[in-house]
Design a protein around this ligand. Structure first.
Ligand code: PSU
Ligand code: MN
Length: 301
């Protein structure tokens, strides 16, 4: 890459001494959660990574500059700014050239993380194949197929077509691991019932597979699904009822493209009285914890 990265001093120091670093994305801050809890959650995710022995690197674009690790004031600015574009891979040259503010999706976060030499990343749920719109495939999936970053998540968001999402990942050679589970977690609920490729029961077991993948020279990343903590989990039927309703609302206003995921997350939350949002926040923190443990295991093996 022939473009400067703006790497925070704490992330720079960690990378220079090969200490564990965990990338965090910014779309969930600007488009996935409402103010003011978005800033609160963003800070909690960074604290969780720190508490578990790794250095957090929140990734975003400010004034066309690629940031890896935000200072507290930068994070606060991002969470409250009104002009932040949702940036996936295809948007990167546009926000850079036009010096815009951008919140990075899983795809764009993975790409920037890899440029910085960061290989572990925690998020909520990845994008995938949309239900009833199998041509709407999130750019998160092809990124997983080509960029060497481990994505720790609670599965793909349940608003998606999970079987088709898994098929896509299989076709493109992305290993899907379950952390303490043998099925793909379904974001708001602990299991989709869909089998994954291997269960791992510790960060060390995950690290062994990640090392093997990179040693083999296989391109792309690894997806690690961590079920939402038991006490915040919703039942599949409860989540499903709200998702079906929100999908109907999206259809009524003829919604498509990048606005779809934020719209569905917001309406599912409204329809469940905030229960789905509490689950979303709990799983985000849990994923940050597991990602930090995996980053530590990778750094020491
Ligand atoms: N996880 C969350 N909330 C979110 C997202 C993930 O808990 O808002 C974001 C991620 O940035 C992901 C994006 O990349 O949703 C997927 O959007 P799309 O389906 O338009 O690709
Ligand atoms: Mn999409």
């Amino acid at each position: 890459m022939n473009f400067p990265l703006h790497i925070s001093s704490s992330v720079q120091a960690a990378l220079a001494s090969h200490r564990p670093v965990v990338a965090l994305e910014s779309t969930l801050i600007t488009h996935g959660l409402p103010r003011p809890i978005n800033l609160d959650v963003a800070r909690q995710l960074e604290a969780t990574v720190t508490d578990n022995g790794a250095v957090p690197a929140t990734i975003a674009i400010l004034n066309g500059q690629l940031y890896v690790g935000l200072e507290a004031s930068e994070l606060e600015y991002l969470a409250n700014a009104d002009d932040v574009r949702k940036v996936s891979r295809r948007d990167l040259p546009i926000v850079v050239a036009q010096k815009l503010n951008g919140a990075t999706t899983v795809a764009a976060t993975m790409w920037i993380a890899a440029q910085a030499g960061i290989h572990v990343f925690a998020t909520g749920g990845i994008g995938g194949v949309h239900r009833g719109q199998p041509f709407d495939v999130s750019a998160d999936l092809p990124e997983l197929a080509q960029t060497p970053v481990v994505v720790v998540c609670a599965g793909a968001k349940a608003i998606l077509d999970l079987p088709l999402t898994l098929e896509w990942l299989e076709t493109h050679g992305v290993p899907v691991l379950g952390f303490g589970t043998d099925t793909l977690p379904a974001f708001y609920s602990r299991s989709s019932g869909l089998p994954i490729d291997a269960q791992v029961n510790s960060a060390q077991e995950a690290a062994a597979i990640i090392h093997a993948k990179f040693d083999l020279g296989l391109a792309g990343g690894v997806l690690i699904g961590v079920p939402v903590p038991e006490e915040y989990a919703m039942s599949n039927s409860e989540a499903e009822a709200a998702i079906v309703q929100a999908l109907k609302m999206a259809e009524e206003v003829n919604l498509h493209g990048t606005a779809m995921t934020p719209f569905l997350l917001q309406h599912v939350s409204d329809l469940t009285g905030g229960e789905s949002r509490a689950a979303n926040i709990a799983l985000l923190k849990n994923n940050a914890r597991v990602a930090a443990q995996i980053a530590c295991a990778l750094a020491s093996s």
